[in-house]
Write a protein that binds this ligand. Structure first.
Ligand code: NAD
Length: 476
């Protein structure tokens, strides 16, 4: 039997935090102030459904208010508990600081299996939960702004926004009370794909540095890399799809709730996703090798492992068997602190959650700004940009005609160059820039300090440093 106890999710976050602050020189007391969760609100409410009163338990935790509003998703899952919500809220504080999103950290959760309820029932439950949080300002555009997480998406965010509007009819900024809304409900282009897109941008940035690639025992670019992904939900699906379609990666295994699929020749992400949508799981998919204990495939040989489902899946019981030289934590907390020690000792490079899945909060930040400014990004400048480009194209065409067949414009150049940036292009550009800048800050700390062995510690050092600066500015 293993004598060393597996740390809980919150203990893992605290252990990783402690490892980083031991390398910092924070004033006495500030370390504790940053680490602890400021407040967690627990609510139990009843909803009459199917002729019976059902009681539900939900949480909203505020980790740090050094910047307001605080930000963090709302999760619907049976495993939700106070410990988990507090760990996730702490991660949000560090994540927002790392990517310069001007928010404190928060997180919410409702203990429910969304698959057990039909849409109308879920709406009643979500609205009632939102009501409880709104009346305590735990949902508010200036104080606390939720977003989607596991088990929630655009639909739930639209219900929450509408509930807020009903309770605050004159708040002109009401739509900014939640992000991840559908486009016609005040959302922003590119939010649904944002977290997976951020994972793709993070990997692209990692592979721009041969020194970092080499540290993971890899070489070359993303093209042809063998990837295993766990969880084909919002984050895992988009990450795997973009890596396959745009970067030439081969998805050699997909692990879902009901089992895993493996095909060394590569699985078609879109086809597997469609299969899950119509069959409820990966079982029966006509290609690849299916096993019921899908988590076994985490241990397969591959270049990049993407856990994108839930926390604690790589732990002290399987860490030693993990063969991937590079893990990117698309989910929050998929590697426990105990597993992290084992993997680091083996030389595995881990791109940590607080950075890897920060694409979601980054685009949420853009959505919040859009809601407060009441104007779509690109609306003012797009046509003006196109008109200026037209001037250049006209001039080039004039030269083209003058020079005859000595000089011919590349096909498609005109069409591509003329197109001014719309909201989606601007969002992707802002996200890419954010992911690159945050990675550069982490790697600079990783490589410039002898005492920093890994990217996670580097990420904590950068983000805790920023939170500490904010607290100092507040006079603490
Ligand atoms: P989701 O509910 O859309 O998808 C989760 C997927 O994982 C589902 O397909 C589910 O069937 C699968 N799954 C659940 N348990 C599993 C298991 N034991 N083994 C294999 N697969 C399993 O959730 P999501 O929004 O994609 O979130 C996934 C992770 O990413 C969570 O840790 C979440 O906190 C994190 N995250 C999400 C966002 C976001 O914008 N949605 C942002 C940052 C971080």
């Amino acid at each position: 039997m293993n004598a060393v106890k597996e740390p809980s999710f919150r203990e893992s976050v605290d252990l990783m935090f402690n490892r980083a602050v031991a390398l910092m020189d924070l004033p006495p007391g500030l370390e504790e102030k940053i680490r602890v969760c400021n407040a967690t609100y627990t609510v139990r409410f009843g909803v009459r459904l199917r002729g019976k009163l059902h009681t539900f338990t939900g949480y909203r935790s505020v980790h740090s208010e050094h910047m307001e509003p605080v930000k963090g998703g709302i999760r619907f899952a049976m495993g939700v508990n106070q410990d988990e919500v507090e760990a996730l809220a702490a991660l949000m504080t560090y994540k927002c600081a790392l990517v310069d999103a001007p928010f404190g950290g928060s997180k919410g959760g409702l203990r429910i299996d969304p698959r057990e309820w039909d849409e109308h029932e879920l709406e009643l439950i979500t609205r009632r939960f939102a009501y409880e949080l709104i009346k305590r300002d735990l949902i508010n555009p200036a104080q606390n702004v939720p977003a989607p997480d596991m088990g929630t998406g655009e639909r739930e965010m639209a219900w929450i926004a509408d509930q807020y509007k009903r309770m605050n009819t004159t708040d002109i900024n009401g739509r900014a009370c939640v992000t991840g809304k559908p486009i016609n409900g005040g959302g922003i282009q590119g939010r649904t794909e944002a977290t997976g897109r951020g994972v793709q941008y993070a990997l692209q940035e990692f592979f721009r540095y041969p020194e970092d690639t080499k540290a993971a025992g890899l070489s070359g670019k993303l093209d042809g890399k063998r990837v295993i992904v766990q969880g084909l939900g919002n984050v895992g699906y988009h990450a795997a799809k973009f890596l396959q379609e745009e970067d030439g990666c081969k998805i050699t295994a997909i692990i879902e709730r009901d089992g895993g699929l493996m095909d060394e020749d590569g699985l078609d992400v879109e086809a597997v996703r469609n299969w899950i949508a119509s069959h409820g799981g990966v079982d029966g998919y006509p290609k690849g090798k299916y096993i019921r204990d899908g988590a076994k495939y985490l241990e397969n040989d591959c270049d990049i492992l993407i856990p994108a489902a839930m926390e604690g899946v790589i732990n002290m019981s399987n860490a030693a068997n993990i063969k991937a030289p590079l893990i990117i934590e698309a989910a929050n907390g998929p590697v426990t602190a105990g597993a992290d020690d084992i993997l680091r000792a083996k030389g595995c490079v881990i791109i940590p959650d607080m950075y890897a899945n920060a694409g979601g909060v980054t685009v949420s930040y853009f959505e919040w700004v859009k809601n407060l400014s009441h104007i779509r990004f690109g609306r003012l400048g797009r046509r003006q940009e196109e008109a200026r480009h037209q001037l250049i194209v006209d001039e080039l065409q004039r030269l083209d005609a003058h020079l005859g067949d000595k000089w011919v414009m590349t096909p498609n150049f005109k069409q591509k160059y003329l197109r001014g940036a719309g909201e989606l292009e601007l969002v992707r550009s802002g996200l890419d820039d954010t992911m690159r800048a945050a990675y550069q800050a982490m790697r600079e700390t990783w490589h410039s300090r002898e005492d920093v062995e890994d990217l996670r510690t580097a990420a904590y050092l950068v983000s805790i440093g920023k939170v500490a600066t904010s607290y100092r500015a507040l006079g603490l």
